[in-house]
Design a protein around this ligand. Structure first.
Ligand code: HPA
Length: 248
């Protein structure tokens, strides 16, 4: 069963034929919401909205460990993490879909490992390649089958939030090699790795990053809402195709 973690703009998965919901209790507290189980094109899938069903949990308050533990408890075979981001690279426009291949972590103060118990041996997981190659290839193939444009390869900068960046911070991220910026990519990706769950991200460009292009004088999300809505319908189509719907 594949899991989809939805972010801003994807708080429900309208193409999921829901069979049941389950509030999973975890040793790390409450996940962001009940897991929603169902089928997409006859294939089992489970959905979890990262920010809660009412979109009330800010990025730095998400209980990433509980979310990942709950999905692991249900033995998901992979996770597609959908998240909106700001575009730093000049060719990235609002509404574009991006398949990142690397992460730089600028977050702080988040509970970012399962290996911190007093009785737990010191463990250093390999994180050279933060995203699963097979899942990434599957997403790429699904978008190609559908003729949905996808920008393959981007370095994702995970910032703390919930505030957006300053223009100078975005300049620094670019100097560091980042192409997109978001607030939720870490520690989600590394927690999946610690649990050995294949994990890939599918990013939607919601806005130009601070100080860039149409965000030169500030970021105004309201005007970008229709763009995001249209992009999320393409994300849903890619997920359907990936899961196995030949009609999509
Ligand atoms: N910065 C950080 N996170 C974001 C942005 C951004 O510009 N847009 C959407 N998520």
């Amino acid at each position: 069963m594949l899991a989809i973690i939805g972010g801003s703009g994807l708080t429900t998965l309208s193409n999921l034929d829901v069979s049941r919901r389950e509030v999973v209790r975890t040793p790390y507290g409450e996940p962001s919401g009940a897991l929603v189980f169902g089928e997409i094109c006859g294939q089992p899938a489970v959905f979890l909205p990262r920010h809660g069903y009412g979109h009330t949990i800010p990025p730095h308050m998400v209980n990433y460990r509980a979310n990942l533990w709950a999905l692991h408890h249900h033995q998901v075979r992979g996770i597609i993490s959908v998240a909106s981001v700001g575009g730093i690279r000049a060719d990235l426009q609002p509404g574009d879909l991006v398949l990142p291949h690397q992460i730089i972590d600028y977050t702080w103060g988040r509970k970012s490992t399962f290996f911190d118990g007093v009785a737990t041996p010191v463990t250093h997981v390999d994180f050279t390649e933060p995203y699963d190659a097979r899942l990434r290839a599957g997403i790429e193939q699904a978008s190609r089958d559908l003729g949905v444009p996808l920008k393959v390869g981007a370095v994702y900068a995970a910032t703390q939030g919930p505030r957006l960046e300053t223009a100078a911070e975005v300049d620094r991220l670019e100097r560091d090699g980042a192409d997109v910026v978001g607030m939720t990519g870490m520690p989600e990706a590394v927690l999946a790795r610690e649990l050995e769950i294949p994990y890939a991200a599918l990013n939607v460009i919601a806005n130009h990053a601070a100080g860039r292009a149409s965000s030169a004088n500030g970021i105004h999300f309201e005007s970008l809402e229709p763009v995001l809505r249209d992009a999320m319908s393409r994300v849903r189509a890619i997920i359907e195709r990936l899961i196995g719907c030949q009609a999509c």
